[in-house]
Design a protein around this ligand. Structure first.
Ligand code: C2E
Ligand code: CA
Ligand code: CA
Length: 626
């Protein structure tokens, strides 16, 4: 701002300031021009109005000092003309007048003058007024410039803001897309693209609610589990496994209507929600269709892959108020389908649920049975059919349930196997039975027969598959002091064909400890001759079912004969299970079976009963009841 008082600055800035002085009197012009020029202003003079207007239009002055009283055009008229012209209208005009009339001053302002200098002119006054006007003008100019700058900035900011807004919109769009994708992903299975569990549960709940409000509305849930998928996955690789799952998901979708939901729960488990069906047949029809379609193999990577599925079906009922209950029952029915032989569907009914509840309860109790000392061992004598003498015992576990009394091992051993509890229970059994025989060996050392008596112990295949099984066995033998010579392990045929674990090596190590091996329930499993030859087996235990029917059924008689012949050929001996009658005994003897076990000789016995019998030895044929 030119408010600075430095002379240098004033003169520098004044040089750029043009002042037009208009007066018809030459002296006045002379004085003003000289005075102003001295201050550094660029001064031009005009002697009359017309010249002034022309001059102002040619080179725009910053300020005009305009005499009012002039011939032809007077100062007012000149000022009016200047103000009427767009180019010159903004030039400030200071009137010069000798008149000291109030009315004239008013007029001077009315026509657009900014100030007024009275004649005779006082030099100082002129300079001050000029300077004021110039300062004002400069200030105005500055303000205008600032305003323009401001407008420019606002304009720029507006453009910038527009770009930012545009970018934000884009980003919001992208975020929305990502968000939608996330929502989709959260509700769908990534492998097959099918709805996932979360999606399914929501739909089921919706359907249940709908059915509750609309009497007679029916729906069904199909729980589908592929049979033996794990084997396919392990043997053909995960890539093929994945391809199979995708193929199955397509097949399932083809088996249902457009608005039915096919969901994947994970692994090889799928669920179909059939909404708005007319009757039970609509659902079983889908079950049949799926089974039928699965009869043809999938062609994946140049291989034909067969798979079957077990399906549990549950129907709408007023009892259902949430998706989890429905899923639970469909799952139970699916497991029943598996138990019934796989590759089929089973319809849920309430007894299945009760049965499952009972099993769950039993499982929970079984977990505690070991700690609570509820398990105990019974021992069933094994007899030499030739000499009728005792050659050993089979250890059979018993569970004395505090409320339910004795629970059969046929009931709880499968549960123990399913839950893995068999490992702990089996280890306890091994130890208990070894300890028992060692105790009897010491207690009845006076009896010659006790020295050769063997303890037969049933082993679940899971036990054999444990990598540290041999270590556990060694520890038990060490702790009980029993020699392996007096031990015989009963394994099932299925244990031999388990793909996992190095069974052959384990069996060899067992043999290295002079422990004998029997195949239990022989004839009911899958063993082939090659298995029997490959493994170091000593004894075949002929399954009770063959002995039981031997009397009436000549076919069974033939089977028993075959097994005995086979055993002899392979250098093994045979034990017949479940010998109940003398007739059976005689037939078995005639066929050359070496050993027998059954109610005819003795039921499984409590240890103290065994002890009382050993005390009375040699009276041995007993029937004490369990
Ligand atoms: P298993 O190994 O075939 O045992 C023989 C079963 O036949 C025993 O049933 C025994 O009581 C029964 N039995 C013996 N003689 C006769 C007879 O003359 N007639 C009839 N009808 N039955 C007879 P139990 O003790 O109920 O055991 C059933 C199954 O439970 C066993 O079949 C075995 O598979 C399993 N098990 C029993 N104890 C154990 C054990 O300690 N460990 C393992 N892993 N499984 C066991
Ligand atoms: Ca057995
Ligand atoms: Ca058996």
């Amino acid at each position: 701002m030119p408010s600075s008082t430095s002379n240098q600055q004033i003169s520098t800035s004044n040089q750029q300031i043009r002042i037009l002085v208009v007066d018809d009197i030459a002296d006045n012009l002379q004085i003003l021009s000289t005075t102003l020029s001295k201050q550094g202003y660029q001064v031009r003079c005009a002697k009359n109005g017309s010249t002034a207007i022309r001059g102002a239009n040619t080179i725009l002055p910053n300020l005009i000092l305009l005499d009012i009283k002039m011939p032809d055009l007077d100062g007012y008229q000149v000022c009016q003309k200047l103000k009427a012209n767009e180019q010159t209208r903004h030039i400030p005009v200071i009137f010069l007048s000798a008149l000291d009339d109030v009315l004239d001053k008013v007029k001077a302002f009315e026509v657009g003058g900014v100030d007024y200098i009275s004649k005779p002119i006082q030099v100082k006054e002129v300079l001050v007024r000029v300077k004021n006007q110039i300062s004002l003008q400069l200030a105005n100019a500055k303000i205008t410039e600032l305003n323009q700058n401001l407008e420019k900035k606002v304009y720029q900011r507006t453009i910038e803001l527009k770009t930012v807004v545009q970018k934000l919109r884009q980003e919001i769009n992208e975020r929305q897309k990502v968000q939608q994708q996330l929502v989709h992903d959260a509700l769908h299975d990534s492998l097959t693209g099918l709805p996932n569990r979360a999606f399914l549960m929501e739909r089921i709940n919706f359907t249940i609610a709908h059915a509750r409000e609309n009497h007679g509305y029916m729906y069904a849930l199909l729980f589908i589990d592929l049979d033996r998928f794990k084997i396919i996955n392990d043997s053909l690789g995960h890539l093929t496994g994945d391809m199979l799952l995708i193929a199955v998901s397509k097949l399932l979708q083809e088996c249902v209507r457009e608005n039915d939901i096919v969901a994947r729960l994970g692994g090889d488990e799928f669920v179909i929600l059939l909404d708005g069906i007319r009757n039970v047949r609509d659902a079983t029809f889908i079950g049949d269709r799926i089974q039928q379609r699965l009869q043809s193999p999938f062609e994946l990577q140049d291989q034909s892959i067969f798979t079957s599925a077990s399906i549990g079906i549950v129907f709408s009922s007023v009892e259902y108020s949430n998706a989890s209950d429905l899923m639970r029952d469909a799952d139970i029915a699916m497991y029943r389908a598996k138990d019934n032989g796989k590759g089929r569907y089973t319809i849920f009914d309430q007894t299945m649920y009760d049965e499952t509840l009972r099993l769950v309860e039993l499982e929970n109790n079984l977990r505690l049975a070991l700690q609570r000392d509820e398990l105990m061992m019974y021992y069933q004598p094994i007899i030499s059919l030739d000499s009728n003498s005792l050659i050993g015992f089979e250890a059979l576990v018993r569970w004395k349930h505090p409320q339910r009394g004795f629970i059969s091992p046929t009931e709880f051993i499968p549960i123990a196997e399913d839950t893995g509890l068999i490992l702990d229970i089996g280890e306890w059994i091994l130890k208990e039975a070894c300890e028992q025989l060692q105790k009897w060996r010491e207690q009845f050392s006076r009896l010659p027969l006790i020295r050769s008596i063997k303890m037969s112990i049933n082993l679940a295949s899971q036990q054999l598959q444990q990598p540290n099984f041999i270590k556990k066995l060694d520890r038990i033998l060490l702790e009980t002091g029993l020699s392996g010579r007096f031990l015989k392990l009963e394994i099932t045929e299925s244990a031999l064909i388990e793909p996992e674990g190095n069974i052959q090596n384990t069996l060899r190590q067992i043999r290295n400890r002079n422990i004998k091996l029997s195949i239990d329930d022989f004839g009911t499993g899958y063993s082939s001759l090659s298995y029997l030859r490959r493994f170091p087996i000593d004894t075949l235990k002929i399954d009770r079912s063959f002995i039981e029917q031997m009397n009436f059924d000549s076919e069974n008689f033939e089977i028993v004969r075959l097994i005995i012949t086979l055993a002899k050929t392979l250098g093994m001996d045979t034990i017949s299970e479940g010998v109940e009658t003398l007739q059976q005994l005689n037939q078995l003897k005639a066929l050359g079976c070496e050993f027998g076990q059954g109610y005819l000789f003795s039921r499984p016995l409590e240890p103290k009963v065994v002890e009382s019998i050993l005390n009375q030895y040699p009276r041995l044929v007993i029937d004490n009841g369990q």
